[in-house]
Write a protein that binds this ligand. Sequence first.
Ligand SMILES: [Cu+2]
Length: 117
Amino acid sequence: MKTRMSFSVLVMLILCLNVKAWAQESKEAEIISKIVTIDVPTIKCGSCVKTVSNALKQLKGVEEVTVDKKSKTAVVKYDPSKLKVNDLETAISKSGYDANEVKRDKKAFDELDSCCR
Ligand SMILES: [Cu+2]
């Protein structure tokens, strides 16, 4: 009788843990990614595109990046629970480029290849 009871307690415990794990999983699935377009007006060439893309991709929470030389924009898909638009702008600025209203970091700009300045 005693073994039987402790067995059912164990089963219940396992069930509880499973439900908890499942609840956590579905909570994660609820997070909806956002897509934002950021103006990067000082982009000039393919090297600029690469620099800006890499700066954004290094951020935790960035899912997809498309930097376009023609429209001089960066389209970023990101997780809004991990990042704000300003974090994206700051990362672009730190790589040496203007991003929306955020001006480029001067030191980073000076370190860019001469063709990108
Ligand atoms: Cu360039």
